[in-house]
Design a protein around this ligand. Structure first.
Ligand SMILES: *Cc1c(COP(=O)(O)O)cnc(C)c1O
Length: 362
């Protein structure tokens, strides 16, 4: 089989030049005589890899000096617990904006640790938009506010960074990190699982403002304590070495094309192609409200469950795979992360047109 256009929400496509470079280095990384997978994480050669990975991410995202970058394990879901453990004081409060399934899970996990409330939610509208809120909806003494910046399952994204006043903003950016420039200084904490837009599964990035370190509760498991991880340069224990290496290659790939401005231009061009087509016809419906559309995850339905199923299976036969929507919402979802080429979206739109012609609705 040839390589397919893989629209999976995650793990998802990686850039071909990155896979090729990893393949070239597979057996003998830069004359070390071994694969990156086989190296001690304490070796000089590996130390350089993780340092370069951090430096590349810092450059790519213009991460200010007063932020730590952590390379962790456990996925974004582990951070659902790590966030309150590190930030929520014993008698403290935290406010959550619920805009989809992952932010709901984050909220439910945080509830175990204290006075945690939902400040705004779009659940009643089936998460078809980002809930509107202002600083006035937040408790002024909250330790932090948590948002999910891009909702992978529903295909929504915040049109801009919400204003939370002086309350630290914590954002799950698993499915949109490094897809476009973002002002890191507006956030207290950014975290992301790597398997959507950065690397193979197994790596989680946490970017945390230094003044938010040192507040972890005494019972915080050592492995979830950001300060411990920061003090040990993410090497308290064995980090996900190979994933970090691939992430480094991905960061360098984007830097090589001109950074996040160029990445954004490419992503916008892909998303516009798909949304413009969706807006130009009536066979498919895009359930997300206009101001909340994600550039990374595009959802649509035919309005007929059987046709939706047929669409996904016939698309797969045509080399366009993993277009079935999340099991909780149905329909279709095209995840068009950084690594998806423009040609993949062109092929998808051509297939959608053909499918609509060949399968008229009565
Ligand atoms: C995929 C995803 C998660 C879950 O990530 P894991 O790494 O599987 O724990 C959480 N939040 C968002 C926004 C995601 O897209």
């Amino acid at each position: 089989m040839e390589r397919v256009f893989n629209f999976s929400a995650g793990p998802s496509m990686l850039p071909v030049p990155v896979l090729e470079e990893a393949a070239r280095d597979m057996l003998n990384y830069k004359g070390s005589g071994m694969s990156v997978m086989e190296m001690s994480h304490r070796s000089k050669v590996y130390e350089e890899i993780i340092k370069d990975a951090e430096a590349a991410l810092r450059r790519l995202m213009s991460i200010p000096e007063n932020y730590k970058v952590l390379f962790l394990q456990g996925g974004a879901s582990t951070q659902f617990a790590a966030v309150p453990l590190n930030l929520l004081s014993k008698d403290g409060k935290a406010d959550y904006i619920v805009s989809g399934q992952f932010s709901k899970k984050a909220y439910e996990e945080a509830q175990k640790y204290g006075d945690v409330q939902i400040a705004a939610s779009s659940a009643l509208d089936k998460f078809s938009h980002i809930p509107a809120f202002t600083a006035a909806d937040l408790r002024p003494d909250a330790d932090y506010v948590h948002i999910c910046y891009n909702n992978t399952i529903f295909g929504t994204k915040y049109p801009e960074i919400p204003d939370t006043g002086s309350i630290p903003l914590v954002a799950d950016m698993s499915s949109c990190i490094i897809s476009e420039p973002v002002d890191v200084s507006r956030f207290g904490v950014i975290y992301a699982g790597a398997q959507k837009n950065m690397a193979p599964a197994g790596l989680t990035i946490v970017i945390v403002r230094e003044d938010l370190l040192g507040k972890a509760r005494p019972e915080t498991p050592t492995m979830l304590n950001w300060q411990t991880m920061a003090e040990n340069d993410s090497m308290y224990n064995t980090p996900p070495c190979y994933c970090i290496y691939v992430a480094k290659l991905v960061y360098e790939w984007i830097l090589g094309m001109g950074g996040l401005e160029e990445m954004k231009r490419r992503n916008e061009r892909k998303a516009s192609l798909l949304y413009d087509y969706l807006d130009s016809q009536s066979y498919y419906t895009a359930p997300v409200e206009a101001g909340s559309r994600s550039m990374m995850n595009v959802t649509f339905v035919t309005g007929d469950k059987d046709l939706d199923a047929k669409f996904a299976s016939e698309a797969a036969k045509a080399g366009l795979v993993n277009l079935k929507g999340h099991r909780s919402v149905g329909g279709m979802r095209a995840s068009i992360y950084n690594a998806m080429p423009y040609e993949g979206v062109e092929a998808l739109v051509a297939f959608m047109k053909k499918f609509a012609e060949e399968n008229p609705k009565d």
